[in-house]
Write a protein that binds this ligand. Sequence first.
Ligand code: MN
Length: 491
Amino acid sequence: MTEANIKEKFNDLLLMMQANGYEDLDILKLAFEYAAEAHEGQTRLSGEPYISHPLAVAYRLAEMKLDMNTIVAGLLHDIPEDTQLTLKDIEQNFGSDVAILVEGITKLGAIKYRGVDRYAENLRKMFVAMSNDIRVILIKFADRLHNLSTLDALPNDKQLRIARESLEIYAPIAHRLSIGKIKSELEDLSFKYVYPDEYQWINKIMPKEYEAKGKFLEKIMQSVSNKLLENNISVGSITIQGRTKHLYSLFTKLQRPEVNMDISKIYDLLALRIIVKDVGNCYTTLGIIHNLYKPVPGKIKDYIAQPKPNGYQSLHTTVFAEEGNIVEFQIRTNQMHEEAEYGIAAHWNYKEGANNKLNSQNLKWIDELIKWQKQITDNEQFLKTLKFDIFQNQIFVFTPKGDVIELPEQATPIDFAYHVHSSLGDKCVGAKINGQMVNLGHNLKSGDIVEIITDKNRKSPNSDWLEIAKTSMAKGKIRTAINKNKKSPLS
Ligand code: MN
């Protein structure tokens, strides 16, 4: 990046913030000059002027439509660590909200992936920072994405450390916050450093697979487009969604036992995504597609009427197209699309200012995590629990009333009961899944309707439930109930 490129990029940033609804951009100009001066004379390992980095970070945050203070903090984020200026200076010039964000980033900067103990400790710090202000982690994501994209300038061991940390810490957190776009970018940028051989292999086999399937999909796209036009559906866009850009997610799919590294067994390698103007048009579009092609039974998912707990909405269907091809469609409105790409960031309302506390339903898990992480002092145990409760794939099950409950894979009715309410867990004597009695150790699957059978005279849980329950939340509540019962003089 030359001096002129930097000026141009900053200009783009100003324009974008204007488009995001900000009229007064003085503070942004001030922050840019302040950062440029503070980093004056410093270069990145790539040889570029240092300011190109905070500028790229701020730009990315503006793309995510975050509030002005977050963008300003993005520009200033490396100042306390890498320059003569301090947090105090930042606070005096830009106020305490910006200073708190920069402080959070500076603290996270000290986090490095080195062995189990450091790893666990760092994760703890990270979650605390997130619970104080979720914007800190969003700035960190932007910072990390830019660092990953310029990783080639670094020595090998550093490349590997940063890439692995991104894959094992940052990407799962982005996933948990349902920021799909950032999660896959983090993964794909890290993939080639962490698994170089596999990366090359996938890169080699991909083009052939895509070419054939892509050509076919273009035909389908044309026929669907025409039909939608005939039916007066105003289509925002129809695009072929590939895993071309999601190599890592393809890699994890290939590793599934039923796929066994055979790429021809991945049916959703490519999908067609249709964005229409409103919900009514989503359903009409679904009907038009089913009129053209027969749907594959059991593959129609209505995430509009029944959104995933992280808020994801869309209609999905898989159909039998010509020549024995199976094609997946995703149908959504533009708003649903933005939320799918940017997760919690899409809900940001900059006009309400520092709306940064954990008030959203989607972020409750961070609060819970903070609570139980204090109880687990053993780092190895902490990581094990964390892997299960947070980073494990989630399933979605239903209460008999149709409320969605999110649990990790392999969770049991006991976990479900305690997740709904402690008293439901304590008084649980049995469970029905989709109307059938099952034992309490049964593994729940996505889509199950779970009914807990209770006995109001029951006083406390069985101690062997500690073996059956999988989530730390349920285990914690079982322990509490058992202890309380022991102490009670009446029992
Ligand atoms: Mn940085």
